[in-house]
Design a protein. Structure first.
Length: 213
């Protein structure tokens, strides 16, 4: 995935998230740079660990150097444990939901950060912020992301979701919850991942996204 993925989809009035997107892009670029340096030094030798293990060690070092590390024993300080899925454990505070991502879907910290950037571009009203890394020292490393908590909302219907995505310029595909435009494929946009509030506003809180090219 290239560095020039920040191609805005006009939805109006969400320029304030640009600084956070630059922060996420910067972290992803730094991790890729350190991984590239490691590869140039050690090549493809498995004696130094697989690609995810190397990425995790580099991310742990980066996090601790930049004061972005939360020991796993302190993760409950983020909030009350909320619903968990196959990818995220959630912790809920008054106005924020923190998501600890186990990389099950992406398989890579950098790929997750790049997917989050795409989410922020397409769905700025539920944009993610990067909060920290957590994990077990010398073992697993998991990104901690945060979103604004959507109060007084409930799962949207698929019909609502279809209309919403079409309004954003996407075309509905034969698979439920899958949409495309000239630049992106978005899927898993289904009621468990989309909320609607009492005013009828929709919020896509999670989705799978990739560029077409």
């Amino acid at each position: 995935m290239s560095h020039d993925i920040l191609q805005p989809i006009p939805q109006g009035g969400y320029g304030a998230y640009d600084e956070e997107n630059r922060k996420i892009q910067g972290i992803a670029d730094e991790l890729k740079r350190f991984c590239r340096i490691h590869e140039e030094e050690f090549g493809d030798s498995q004696t130094n660990g697989g690609s995810l293990e190397i990425e995790q060690r580099i991310s742990e070092q980066y996090a601790k150097t930049h004061n972005l590390w939360i020991p796993i024993d302190y993760i409950f300080d983020l909030g009350v444990p909320g619903p968990s899925g196959n990818e995220n454990d959630t912790y809920v505070s008054e106005n924020t939901i923190f998501k600890v991502n186990n990389l099950f879907n992406c398989g890579s910290i950098v790929k997750l950060l790049e997917k989050i950037l795409l989410h922020n571009i397409i769905f700025p009203n539920t944009s993610y912020k990067f909060y920290a890394f957590t994990g077990y020292d010398g073992r697993s490393v998991m990104p901690v992301l945060q979103q604004d908590r959507i109060s007084d909302a409930h799962p949207a219907t698929q019909e609502m979701i279809d209309s919403y995505m079409i309004a954003l310029g996407f075309s509905k595909q034969s698979t439920t919850g899958k949409y495309t435009n000239e630049s992106y494929i978005v899927w898993d946009v289904v009621p468990r991942n989309v909320l609607v509030d009492d005013d009828g506003d929709l919020y896509v809180v999670d989705a799978e996204i990739k560029p077409i090219n």
